[in-house]
Design a protein around this ligand. Structure first.
Ligand code: URA
Length: 436
């Protein structure tokens, strides 16, 4: 089988299944698994093979049984970015519109933040639900935001650990199998993907992001799960806050109708497609109206409150976040100076901002690192905005004075200026629908 893929031959469904079983039960040695991963990485897989890989990986463990949830079940997955806190307010918005959202998320690693880390900034919030707790909460509340349980898609854990050390993370069929096997094992009916491209994204080039998006939509469709993918820009961070507790505050603002325009643009675009796939709206306009009403009526905010209570978090963060979320010891503004070369914001490099947040302690460089939930960046300027010399470009929240000074300098360097007006590139570049 390894030699066949090395020679660009197509693998059968059975062959792919035996490779995945071999990864799960240990009957293939690590060197054989690694050789196969490299052969797939170099030679690629067609849609049929990629769907077979996804299915075999999904079946390598338990598939959550959500048959007790009467509502249509849909989820969103983002390939990750800087300041991407969308899941935390999108899930309650969609759930408030009568669609169940069973969402299993990841932790942050490297420059991208993780939804689980952000949720854990809420005192007491428990992301480690068991599968039976998850099922019970889905039946009762129609929403859960939890971590990946060990029973789901165990083949991915093994294969990802080998890909990580064999230069095979970049392969589009392998990424597709990895992401979709975990999502489809959640027990969903349909899926919306947010595939990001740009400086702060996993895929820097739009063409590669597009290829990943179309491959994932095609694989889902072959497995009988309607899916859509949005290609969204990740040149500058999403929203005005980067960190953990500070991003929770921004999510609550979104649910109060005061979210930053860019965050809400991506949120509405994703949520509209979720309602459409779930059959909860007949048109994008109808979906938008329902979602806006969920915010205006307070129903979406109440869904978040119910979710926090169900997962043992302190619901007081909703009404008084400043008093109940962790707060850093030091805050300082980053000030625009007169030598900047202009007053219009031309760029806010997402990667540089992410690295500044990481150094503050908001992220982890290695999987075992501890997160400082209190630190981060707020009031970050947006491309196209204007700041006169002496004005504020961002506010840094740090727990040591040395970290505060370092981050202020890094944030200032991440921002570029123009002497004339600047228009930001469109955020939602394309929607890949396939034909659902
Ligand atoms: N995220 C995943 O879960 N898997 C990959 O392979 C890449 C990103």
């Amino acid at each position: 089988m390894i030699a066949a893929k090395r020679d660009s031959k197509k693998l059968s469904r059975e062959e792919i299944a035996s490779f995945v079983v071999g990864a799960t039960d240990g009957s293939w040695a690590d060197y054989q698994l690694s050789a196969m991963l490299m052969a797939i990485c170099i030679r690629g897989m067609d849609t049929e093979e990629t769907a077979a890989l996804t299915e075999a990986m999904m079946r390598s463990g338990t598939i959550a049984d959500l048959s007790g949830v009467a509502l249509p079940k849909t989820d969103k997955h983002s390939t990750g970015g800087v300041g991407d806190k969308v899941s935390i307010h999108l899930a309650p918005m969609v759930a408030a519109c009568g669609v169940a959202v069973p969402m299993m998320s990841g932790r942050g690693l490297g420059h991208t933040g993780g939804t689980l880390d952000k949720l854990e900034a809420i005192p007491g919030f428990r992301v480690g639900l068991t599968l039976s707790e998850y099922r019970a909460q889905m039946e009762k509340l129609g929403i859960a935001l939890i971590g990946q349980t060990a029973e789901l898609a165990p083949a991915d854990k093994k294969l990802y650990s080998l890909r990580d050390v064999t230069g095979t993370v970049e392969s589009i069929p392998l990424i597709t199998g990895s992401i979709l096997s975990k999502k489809l094992a959640e027990g969903i009916d349909s899926l919306v993907l947010d595939v990001k491209f740009g400086a702060g994204a996993f895929m820097k080039e739009k063409a590669r992001a597009r290829e990943l998006a179309t491959t994932m939509v095609a694989a889902c469709r072959r497995l009988g799960k309607p899916a859509r993918a949005l290609l969204t820009a990740m040149e500058q961070p999403l929203g005005r806050a980067v960190g953990n507790a500070v991003e929770i505050v921004e999510c609550i603002e979104c649910l109060r109708g005061r979210g930053p325009a860019d965050v809400m643009e991506v949120t509405y675009a994703l949520a509209e497609n979720m309602l459409l796939l779930a059959g909860a709206a007949g048109s994008a306009a109808e979906a938008r109206a329902k979602l806006e009403n969920a915010i205006a009526s307070g129903a979406a905010l109440e869904k978040l409150r119910a979710l926090i209570i169900a997962q043992d978090g302190d619901p007081r963060v909703i009404d008084d976040p400043a008093a109940h979320l962790p707060r850093a010891r030091f805050q300082a503004p980053v000030i625009a100076d007169s030598k900047a070369g202009g007053t219009w914001i031309a760029g806010v490099n997402a990667m540089d901002i992410a690295l500044a947040a990481l150094r503050l302690g908001a992220g982890r460089a290695r999987a075992e690192d501890r997160i400082d939930h209190a630190v981060g960046i707020t009031q970050l300027v947006k491309v196209g905005g204007r700041v006169e010399p002496g004005g504020t470009l961002a506010v840094v929240h740090a727990n040591t004075e040395a970290a505060l000074a370092g981050a202020c300098e890094s944030v200032a360097k991440a921002i570029t200026f123009s002497p004339g007006p600047v228009t930001a590139a469109p955020l939602v570049d394309e929607v890949i629908t396939g034909c659902d």
